[in-house]
Write a protein that binds this ligand. Structure first.
Ligand code: BJW
Length: 258
């Protein structure tokens, strides 16, 4: 179906979007919501597993207490993800990497949907649910290539027990990931913050860093967040509807495929 294109955001955003060379996008669970991935917080489907809130099941404490239960939770989520596809928000962001000279995508998501949409060199702050990491030798293996015969996968390099390669509450982020993201945030001219409640640190510091360094910061979210008041502009609505329209001119009668 075709729909009439209309401008999204202010004239200022249109202007910066058309001239900026350094752009950073920070995404959270909301960018995958329209693909069918439940968010952690905010309206509707929040993540709960067997009555346990995700702060408990996705925590360093649970990993130490009950590794098989943590695997069961992540296996369940991987199974559900297999059927899900990137949505127009992931696709718009993937197109932007060709448009800007220096484009950085930083995600808190572990679902791999940005990569499935074609984004390259994604800075994954919280890891990836399709990978396992060995407790003993630190090797990382793609779970799509690993035979999982045991309730806890075994490392093919050293025979050690493996864990999901994700950052649980109370754990450190992967070495270098936040530092790289913070460096890019300090340099960017335009920063989009898409589909995150902006309550989990240190990820939530990135838009503040960008703003303090002079970037124009734009939030895309149907709900207000603690970050909203700090942003130069808030585009209130669904990422999959808003992002494909950003940068489109408001030429009367212009037509976009929708
Ligand atoms: C849409 C939409 C649509 C819906 N379109 N939008 C400073 C102060 C206080 C505490 C701390 C601090 N620094 C560190 C901490 C501790 C902790 C923390 O931040 N706690 C706070 C919650 C209080 N941080 C950590 O532990 C981090 N580690 C760390 O800092 O190490 C050093 C250290 C350790 C210990 C103490 C102190 C320092 C690690 C954080 C790891 C987070 N891991 C998780 C789970 C991953 C595994 C799993 O998936 O199970 O990552 S938690 C969960 O939250 C997940 C997410 O990546 C993360 C962020 O959530 P996100 O993406 O923002 O999603 P939601 O659901 O919250 O929001 C969705 C949004 O989308 C909503 O706003 C909707 O409105 C919107 N939306 N539809 C656009 N269609």
């Amino acid at each position: 179906m075709q729909s009439v294109a209309h401008q999204v955001g202010s004239e200022k955003l249109q202007q910066i979007f058309s001239t900026a060379e350094k752009v950073l996008v920070l995404t959270g669970a909301g960018v995958s919501a329209e693909s069918g991935v439940p968010t952690f917080r905010g309206g509707g489907n929040t993540a709960v597993w067997k009555g346990m809130p995700f702060e408990i099941i996705s925590s360093a404490g649970m990993l130490a207490r009950d590794l098989p239960a943590v695997w069961e939770w992540f296996n369940y989520r991987r199974e559900r993800l297999k059927a899900l596809k990137p949505n127009p928000a992931h696709q718009a962001i993937a197109r932007w990497q060709e448009r800007f000279r220096q484009f950085t995508l930083v995600t808190q998501n572990i679902d791999g949907l940005h990569q499935a949409a074609g984004s390259r060199k994604v800075v994954e702050l919280h890891g990836n649910l399709w990978r396992a990491r060995c407790f003993d030798c630190g090797a990382r293996h793609d779970l799509r290539e690993l035979r999982v015969d045991h309730e806890v996968p075994i490392c093919i390099d050293c025979g050690g027990r493996m864990r999901p390669d994700v950052v649980l509450f109370g754990e450190m982020l992967p070495p270098g990931a936040f530092e790289r993201a913070a460096r890019e945030a300090e340099q960017c001219e335009l920063c989009f913050v898409v589909g995150t409640s902006a309550v989990v640190y240190p990820a939530a510091l990135l838009p503040e860093t960008a703003r303090a360094a002079g970037a124009y910061v734009v939030e895309v979210n149907p709900e207000a967040t603690p970050l909203s008041s700090l942003c130069d502009e808030v585009l209130s609505g669904k990422a999959g509807e808003i992002l494909p329209m950003v940068g489109m001119s408001s030429v009367p009668g212009a037509v976009a495929t929708g």
